[in-house]
Design a protein around this ligand. Structure first.
Ligand code: UFG
Length: 327
């Protein structure tokens, strides 16, 4: 298939591009490069630099190439920032999805894999979280993903679009030349490793009094390569005529922030001092997936489930790219 990957120069998107190419698909990446990196796009993929909300650029692209399917990763992703700037998040995350959906309809592209998030659940009533849990986001980032998820069935009903929304838990890890480079970096694992590399004096831990065993938040870390594989499986499922829907992508195991620091100390051999800070707005205490449905529907199971392996892969990338991707 020839697949348009919107946001393919970003963290999860670039791994999906790599996996699509490995599976023999052709890839066109559309990315504004506002937070993506051209160095994360393999040479075998074509890179078109444009904002997905630019309907004219999208129309030109769709009109000039046959496109069989689309994947949408393009979004702002920092939950705490979204609390301060909801308009920015809704305009970009919902706006880009609407532009892409409308272009897909106009040019008869009937398959879409959408990058959603565990943030759609907000603070769940119980864990592990199944896909049937209510969508009750507690920050505008999660709301933006939930809104797009709610649009998808309408496009399905009216235009026959088949889609899969993939709700990632915490994407982490690296492989080969591809890794995680957000600017500024807000995610736990890369920041822990910045401390280990001497780029930060101590790791701030946001909140010591959550209702968890050690008082720090618990997250389900899933290797970005496993996420990438799920996208290709989802596309193949849709191409076979499989049903549209939403699937969680996680490992089913949670680690507290302190446990992550402890694993990183072992992996890096660095003491990694911590500093206690107040809770970050919009952080649910515990997010752990039930990934049963993804196994049933896609035959997907994460392969890189040990936190040591995930952190070690990220450590290797950060050591070989101490300043991230070249500008
Ligand atoms: N944390 C710290 N110190 C830091 C950075 C993070 O204590 O310097 C804590 C956070 O407060 C949170 C945990 O580490 O408790 C994980 O934080 P991340 O920023 O790494 O990830 P989030 O869980 O906030 O968010 C990630 C994605 C979202 C997605 C969410 C769903 O960035 O897009 O996972 O699980 F919605």
């Amino acid at each position: 298939m020839r697949v348009l990957v919107v946001g393919g120069a970003g963290y999860v998107g670039s791994f999906a591009v790599d996996e699509l190419l490995a599976q023999g698909h052709e890839v066109i990446v559309l990315d504004s490069l506002v937070s993506g990196h051209s160095a994360a796009v393999p040479h075998e993929a074509e890179l078109v630099v444009a904002d997905a909300r630019d309907d004219e650029a999208l129309g030109k692209l769709f009109a000039s190439r046959r496109i069989d399917a689309a994947m949408h990763f393009g979004a702002y992703t920092v939950a705490s920032e979204s609390v301060l700037h909801p308009g920015r998040y809704f305009a970009n995350n919902v706006g880009s999805a609407i532009s892409l959906l409308n272009a897909c309809v106009a040019y008869d592209v009937g398959l879409l894999v959408f990058s959603s998030s565990a943030a759609v659940y907000g603070t769940p009533d119980s864990v592990p979280i199944t896909e049937d849990a209510p969508l009750r986001p507690i920050n505008p980032y999660g709301e933006s993903k939930a809104v797009v998820e709610r649009l998808l069935p309408w496009y399905g009903a009216a235009h026959g679009l088949r889609y899969m929304a993939l709700r990632y838990f915490n994407a982490a890890g690296a492989a080969g030349d591809l890794g995680e480079d957000h600017r500024p970096e807000t995610h736990l694992i890369p920041r822990v490793l910045q401390v280990a590399m001497g780029q930060m004096d101590a790791l701030p831990i946001y909140g010591a009094e959550y209702p968890t065993a050690d008082g720090t938040c618990v997250r389900d870390y899933v290797h970005v390569r496993d996420l990438a594989r799920a996208h290709v499986l989802a596309l193949e499922h849709l191409a076979r005529g499989g049903e549209s829907g939403a699937l969680n992508l996680g490992t089913g195991r949670g680690f507290s922030n302190l446990e992550v620091v402890e694993v990183a100390r072992e992996v890096t051999g660095h003491p990694i001092p911590v500093r206690w800070e107040p809770q970050r707005p919009g952080d649910p205490p515990v997010l752990v997936a039930s990934a049963e449905r993804a196994r049933e529907v896609l035959g997907w199971q994460p392969r890189h489930t040990s936190l040591e392996e995930i952190v070690a892969s990220a450590w290797e990338w950060h050591r070989s790219h101490p300043q991230g991707y070249p500008d």
